[in-house]
Design a protein around this ligand. Structure first.
Ligand code: ADP
Ligand code: MG
Length: 377
């Protein structure tokens, strides 16, 4: 099958679309990424998403409109990716769309999750069946609905002899621990390590008075100095000490925390670039600590994906904190770092289409394996 995967992560920067050829079934899944496209959200859409993230402004009529507006953006991204690899929609079999997460409550009595981007709109624009709403069934089965990519990491990235960590650094950062095939004594599992680019984006926005949306090439952080005292305070967040399975999101590491960090930093005389450097170090340090505290052993190799790979200051901080570990970007294993999550949702849609469960209970905490998603035929 040829499947298009669509992803719009917690950064809400745009849509990633990957076209993937898939054959067979895990663990012997044949996969080939034919190509991928990234389309930035137009400024108006991004602002609307952020307005809907805020409980005070995310009204029900706005959410209603946003659901369809996102559906159109995803449909357009799918068509662009299909055209870019020289295909027509009729050459494609299926679309897997993650949707834009608006809110995510991973556990407790109110456990629930909301991804928007109306699949009916995508199906109508492309003429293709769409699998969407991947997280809900896992939550209904007692899981946290995340991380779902863990299943795909295991299928695509398990190495015969080397233990790997697949580390994605999107808005949030998550890791999948992948014991070498030869290590029958260990099982793969996954969790969110904490913030990825989210607080960096927030600090860069504040440092520039809203002129930039992210710290391009890590330049602001490179020009700043880490405030170790503030860093220690931030690392005291209870999330980092909590044992996996665990997931987090904008509810915890979003604008509210960004505003508080900004207030505290300026009150203590920390410069604006230093704030960016400090939250960049927070991402790197929280990842390294999570490995030390929660992985059965240090991995031989860390395969990094997501927009964070484009930030050399962050990557250097991460490498410095993982001495002796081979830290590489995922293109080294045939997966463009920006396309990887979109590829993952193509694979998950393919699994759903074949009625195979694709949550990993060891990652999500679900009571049992479930077939993910809803199908719009
Ligand atoms: N050239 C760059 N320099 C620094 N950071 C970048 C660059 N390009 C992308 N990023 C970071 O990557 C983020 C997007 O990463 P992505 O993996 O798409 O996250 P998500 O899955 O949450 O959408 C941006 O918000 C930004 O922080
Ligand atoms: Mg993105």
């Amino acid at each position: 099958m040829i499947v298009v995967g669509l992803m719009s992560g917690t950064s809400a920067d745009g849509t990633d679309a990957a076209v993937v050829r898939l054959d067979g079934a895990p663990p012997a899944l044949d996969w080939q990424v034919l190509g991928h496209t990234h389309i930035d959200h137009p400024a108006g859409l991004r602002e609307e998403i952020f307005a809907c993230f805020r409980p005070a402004t995310g009204s029900v009529d706005r959410l209603c409109r946003l659901n369809f507006a996102l559906g159109r953006a995803f449909g357009a991204a799918a068509l662009a990716a299909i055209a870019e690899v020289g295909l027509e929609p009729r050459d494609v079999d299926l679309i897997g769309s993650h949707g834009q997460t608006l809110w995510h409550i991973p556990f407790g009595r109110d456990a629930s999750t909301l991804q928007l981007g109306e699949p009916a709109v995508i199906a109508e624009m492309t003429g293709l069946p769409v699998v969407a709403n991947f997280r809900t069934r896992d939550l209904a089965a007692g899981g946290q609905g995340a991380p779902l990519v863990a299943y795909v990491d295991r299928v695509l990235l398990t190495h015969p002899t080397r233990t790997r960590a697949a580390q994605n650094i999107g808005g949030i950062a998550n890791v999948t621990y992948l014991p070498a095939l030869a290590r029958a004594d260990q099982v793969p599992f996954a969790f969110d390590t904490g913030p990825g680019n989210m607080l960096i984006d927030d600090a860069a926005r504040r440092a520039s008075g809203g002129a930039v949306q992210f710290d391009r090439d890590g330049a602001l952080a490179a020009a700043g100095r880490v405030n170790e005292c503030l860093l220690d305070e931030l690392l005291a967040d209870a999330y980092f000490a909590q044992s996996p399975p665990k997931t987090t999101g904008r509810e915890r590491f979003g604008e509210q925390l960004g505003a508080e960090i900004w207030r505290r930093a300026l009150a203590s005389g920390t410069g604006v670039r230093d704030v960016v450097a400090t939250v960049t170090a927070l991402t790197a340090e929280s990842i390294a600590r999570a490995y030390r505290d929660f992985l059965p052993e240090m991995p031989d190799q860390v395969v990094v994906s997501g927009g964070g790979t484009r930030n050399p200051t962050l990557m250097a901080m991460l490498r410095a904190r993982l001495p002796g570990v081979d830290v590489v970007t995922s293109d080294l294993v045939g997966l463009d770092p920006e396309a990887k999550e979109a590829v993952a949702f193509a694979v998950l849609a393919y699994e759903t289409w074949h009625r195979r469960p694709a949550n990993m209970p060891a990652a999500t905490g679900a009571d049992h394996p479930v077939i993910l998603g809803s199908i719009t035929p």
